[in-house]
Design a protein around this ligand. Structure first.
Ligand code: GTP
Ligand code: MG
Length: 200
């Protein structure tokens, strides 16, 4: 099994705050998720979209899976994505994150190369962790399953129980000074602000 071949995009949420399905978000007549798939396909040989709408992705360079454990939130997406992954580690992104930072992905891959860990993610000075734009090991599948079956959902709670390599905020800012690489669009207000700043 190779080390970093798979990436997954989570697109199985309810988008309640947005008011319409976030996997349909478009900028300049192109869906954000299609743009993510395109960008990731230059970095990963296998792109998995975790979605309940596989027909959106028929002609794209990706495959689709859907949650086995339903109604349990993002971790259930990570669970099934890891199950289908072809590599030891999988890059995890949410479908509402417009900035993919190639240098940071490479940096995390290097860190994982040195420290054999279950996950590699970023921690803010406030101690808050970023669950996406992160790597998870395939070996976490069973642990995540047990955790979800106990009706727990918090990614950060899970991380506390595993071997994690945490990149600190200061280090992450070398790659993304405003931490844009973690920006996720949850509401139309956030979309409008993003469009104003980026002129997209
Ligand atoms: N596969 C899967 N993905 C999920 C699930 N819940 C959320 N996600 C995804 O996880 C990412 C982060 O979740 P949120 O930003 O809270 O998205 P959301 O849950 O659709 O939005 P809200 O309903 O407003 O909370 C997004 O990419 C969602 O599509 C789920 O139950 N299954
Ligand atoms: Mg949510």
């Amino acid at each position: 099994m190779n080390r970093f071949g798979s990436a997954m995009i989570l697109a199985g949420g309810k988008s309640k705050r947005m008011g319409f399905d976030k996997q349909q978000l478009s900028f300049k007549h192109m869906k954000l998720i299609d743009q993510q798939i395109e960008k990731l396909s230059h970095l990963f040989e296998d792109i998995i979209v975790v979605t309940y709408n596989p027909h959106y992705y028929q002609n794209l360079r990706c495959r689709t899976v859907c949650d086995e454990l339903k109604e349990k939130g993002p971790l259930a997406g990570i669970h099934v994505g890891l199950k289908h992954a072809i590599s030891q580690y999988t890059y995890v992104l949410a479908c509402d994150m417009p900035h993919i930072n190639r240098a940071y992905i490479r940096y995390m891959q290097q860190r994982i190369g040195i420290h054999e860990v279950d996950v590699c993610l970023t921690q803010h000075e406030s101690k808050r962790m970023e669950p996406f734009n992160a790597f998870y090991a395939k070996s976490m599948v069973k642990k995540i399953e047990r955790y979800l079956l106990k009706d727990k959902r918090s990614v950060c709670g899970l991380i506390a129980q595993c071997e994690a390599y945490l990149v600190d905020e200061k280090q992450a800012r070398h790659f993304s000074p405003q931490l844009n690489m973690f920006l996720n669009l949850n509401t139309m207000e956030q979309v409008k602000k993003y469009q104003r700043q980026k002129d997209v």
